[in-house]
Design a protein around this ligand. Structure first.
Ligand code: SAJ
Length: 421
């Protein structure tokens, strides 16, 4: 049995390596020649703990190889990105997901499909994407039967099985998490369960494709809405002169309340993205989900405004200083604690925005990063430099290294993560 994994990114590569570690023959397919070459050398092109060893042994043992052209297999897993469509209209409020990479992947595998194959869409997708993918395959392969033909045992089996692993814990969560398996027919689901059982120790729960698509979007939207609640509370409390961290810890003593933590905004590639897949499909119905997105997206601007106020306060307290002599230290640039991932990070965006308007020095303190992109207006510095040189300190991420830092000694401090209490 051969398994092809199309898309060797943050999900596809660990998944491919996991099958290979269970002695399945895996062919990884990616359009990026460089990624393919890196993997074939037994190395990795992404950052994820424990993945390097997994890929290295899978390649050396001969169970994993990568290529740019799909070949005949028994199962195909599609794990390509689902970005938003580029909109020319800046006024347009709701981003719309773009299925072009799913279409490209379907078009690439269609010629090598044969009777009995299983095709699984893993990419996070708007509701209906799996059925759409099945249609694209059918358009190319008129000689095969598909689940949408109302055939209980079609030639090609199709399912949606969204990934739900947490970046930084992918290797463990791939094995331990329960899996939602949404087959287009019962047989499709059974085939997919059988495949995932190769390495999944969690439960494989069966449903239909649309529900599986919505389940993934629901999980991330639920978290987004809950974080929005915490972020809104933080803005309200600031106005009312209440410590939001104390407030939340008090409210959470209630046996049925569990409020999440506010912060500088919501980052990453999932929580701030997936809710739009629901909103763009059902804009009139998805009121709360839409509002939560707006609340979380507005939080970075609120933080930047706080910094501007703090600079003004500092200059009033230090009338002999000019703005160009004020150093601002931004503690934490990653999108969440204890990772080195700067993509879609509200902390990085806030720090860079400050660097762009502030005439003085702006330093970024990020213990998980050795260097920033050359285009970044920020200067990277150590924790010690950050503490001794900052006139104004801004805490953006609660990295573990910051818990022992004496922020209390700083007179001008903005703490978006409640580290100083
Ligand atoms: N955040 C807060 N307050 C909180 C928790 C998180 O402000 O109380 C912020 C973080 O700082 C970060 C953002 O939210 O900027 C997202 O972080 P996260 O840890 O909540 O989630 P991700 O994006 O790393 O991973 C999520 C996970 N989904 C859920 O927890 C429901 C993961 O299981 C998914 O697999 C992943 O999205 C995905 O790929 O969809």
């Amino acid at each position: 049995e051969t398994i092809s994994v199309v898309g060797l990114g943050y999900i596809g590569l660990p998944t491919a390596a996991m099958f290979a570690s269970r002695k399945k023959k895996v062919v990884g397919v990616d359009v990026n020649q460089q990624a393919v070459d890196t993997i074939n050398r037994g190395e990795i092109h992404i950052v994820e703990p424990d993945l390097d060893d997994l890929v290295h042994s899978a390649v050396t043992n001969g169970f994993l190889s990568a290529t740019t052209t799909p070949q005949a297999s028994d199962a195909f897993l599609i794990a390509v990105p689902t970005p938003f469509k580029d909109s020319n209209n800046n006024q347009k409020e709701i981003p719309v997901p773009d299925l072009k990479y799913i279409k490209e992947a379907a078009t690439a595998i269609a010629p090598v499909l044969k009777k009995g194959d299983l095709v699984i869409l893993e990419s996070t997708s708007p509701v209906g994407a799996t059925e759409q993918m099945a249609e694209w395959l059918k358009e190319i392969r008129k000689d095969l039967s598909f689940p949408q033909d109302n055939n209980d045992s079609p030639d090609i089996n199709i399912a949606h099985c969204p990934e739900r692993v947490l970046p930084g814990h992918v290797v463990r969560e791939l094995v331990e998490n329960d899996r939602v398996i949404g087959g287009m027919t019962e047989m499709c689901s059974l085939r997919a369960v059988d495949l995932y059982k190769t390495f999944v120790e969690g439960e494989c729960v069966v449903t239909n494709a649309r529900t599986a698509e919505m389940a993934k979007l629901t999980e991330n939207s639920c978290r987004d809405v809950q974080i929005a609640f915490a972020n809104e509370l933080s803005v309200i409390c600031d106005k009312l002169d209440i410590n939001v961290w104390e407030l939340i810890s008090l409210a959470n003593r209630h046996p049925r309340i569990n409020i999440l933590q506010p912060g500088p905004g919501v980052g990453g590639h999932c929580i701030a993205v997936d809710p739009w897949f629901i909103v763009s499909k059902t804009p009139n119905e998805a009121q709360l989900i839409h509002t939560a997105r707006k609340v979380n997206d507005s939080k970075p601007n609120w933080v930047v405004d706080k910094v501007k106020q703090k600079i003004a306060e500092f200059l009033i307290a230090n009338p002999n200083k000019r703005a160009s002599e004020v150093t601002i230290g931004c503690f934490g640039l990653a999108f969440k604690p204890d990772i080195d991932d700067l993509r879609e990070s509200p902390a990085l965006n806030i720090a860079e925005e400050i660097a762009n308007f502030h005439p003085g020095r702006v330093i970024g303190i990020e213990p998980n990063i050795k260097k920033l992109s050359t285009s970044s207006p920020l200067e990277l510095a150590s924790i010690d430099t950050g503490i001794t040189k900052s006139d104004i300190a801004l805490i953006l991420v609660n990295h573990k290294e910051f818990y022992t830092v004496n922020f209390q000694s700083l007179e001008f401090l903005i703490d978006t993560k409640g580290m100083v209490n």
